[in-house]
Design a protein around this ligand. Structure first.
Ligand code: HEC
Ligand code: HEC
Length: 314
């Protein structure tokens, strides 16, 4: 522990004794294990004043764990970023995909912490088991990369409703979810269709009153779509791919409401009922979550997945 203050004195001594060129080297040594004094003043970020000691701790945490992918300057071009898909987020852009808030709004600290703690499944973004103090500090430090946090404040989390189905009614939920998916929501315009045209037509008639005469070619495959992050995203095939934020119904319900900011994935909050009833839409959103979670179980079982697709072609 004694090392920490003595290393700090070294960098300060270098500064005062005029060894300007050695300073960079001193800084690199410092990044190893101890708190730098990069920030001398508090900063206002996301509508709150953040102390310099928090920012310094955040900087050290970032340089230890995050810089390899997200880059020294937060530009997403760290040494380990090359060739990864998806590429690490460029924090200079000040845009985030996964949050509890409305489209285009800034995420809350809780949203960012959740992503860091849980990781994004199937991507190089792993879950980070760091102390609460470091977690908070690194979240605040990340905000120094983009001007959006200087004046901007986090958005308001969308309303969440409790699961109206529960495990004992999951089959009912899955059946309704399948209808919503292929009916009113038309999720298969980007994700795969998991039903033949005749059933899609029925689902549409039942949930919207409109017939569907045809669907896109190769509707059993996803379509690669643009995003505002400088690269494209493939909508997951739920029977095969990871769901980044989690495959259980609750996680899926949560990601459906706000959608995925900056990608083609729409925000579905309140839009899943033909009558415009918020209550119905919530019930349907939960049903969809059960259905997508059910589809995701085939991910572990190639044989069952094959049988599932064969049963669709009947
Ligand atoms: C091995 C590479 C790697 C490391 C190390 C890494 N990340 Fe990431 N991170 C990623 C990738 C890749 C994504 C983008 C995933 C995507 O777009 O689906 C990402 C995305 C993010 C996002 C954006 C989530 C969103 O909603 O858009 C945050 C915040 C984040 N990382 C924070 C961190 C923090 C904090 C650390 C260090 C504690 C860290 N990351 C370390 C690879 C990494
Ligand atoms: C206009 C295109 C489009 C439509 C329509 C669409 N999605 Fe998506 N969806 C996407 C894209 C693109 C992604 C991948 C984004 C990413 O990887 O970050 C995605 C990702 C997802 C995810 C994964 C979330 C995660 O945590 O990784 C789920 C779940 C999802 N969509 C469900 C649905 C459901 C259910 C519907 C219909 C109600 C739907 N989507 C309609 C484009 C779409």
């Amino acid at each position: 522990m004694k090392l920490v203050p003595s290393m700090r004195t070294t960098a300060k001594a270098l500064k005062t004794s005029g060894f300007k060129h050695s300073l960079a080297l001193g800084a690199v040594v410092l990044l190893g294990a101890c708190t730098s004094d990069r920030f001398q003043e508090p900063m206002k970020l996301g509508g709150r004043w953040i102390s310099s000691s928090t920012l310094n701790l955040g900087h050290d945490t970032y340089m230890n764990y995050c810089m390899q992918c997200h880059g020294v300057n937060g530009d997403g071009l760290g040494p380990a970023a090359q060739g990864t898909y998806p590429p690490p987020r460029n924090f200079k852009q000040g845009a985030f995909k996964f949050a509890s808030v409305g489209a285009g709004e800034l995420p809350t600290d809780e949203d960012l912490k959740y992503t860091i703690r849980n990781g994004l499944r199937g991507t190089p973004m792993l879950p980070w088991d760091i102390s609460d103090e470091r977690l908070d500090a690194v979240v605040q430090y990340m905000k120094t990369f983009s001007d959006v946090w200087k004046d901007g404040e986090p958005g308001t989390p969308l309303q969440l409703t409790p699961d109206p189905w529960g495990a004992e009614r999951s089959e009912e939920a899955i059946a309704l979810g399948k209808k919503i998916y292929h009916g009113i929501a038309q999720c298969y315009t980007c994700h795969p269709a998991y039903a033949p045209l005749s059933e899609i037509n029925e689902a549409s008639l039942e949930t919207t009153g409109n017939a569907v005469a045809s669907i896109r070619e190769n509707a059993h495959l996803s379509t690669l779509l643009d995003s505002s992050y400088g690269h494209k995203f493939m909508p997951p095939d739920f029977t095969k791919n990871f769901i980044k934020t989690g495959g259980d119904p609750e996680s899926i319900y949560k990601v459906l409401g706000p959608g995925i900011n900056g990608t083609a994935m729409p925000a579905w909050k309140g839009l899943l009922s033909a009558t415009g009833s918020f209550e119905d839409s919530e019930k349907n959103q939960w049903a969809l979550a059960y259905y997508v979670s059910y589809l995701n179980t085939f991910r572990f079982d190639d044989k069952a997945r094959k049988a599932f697709f064969e049963s669709l072609a009947r």
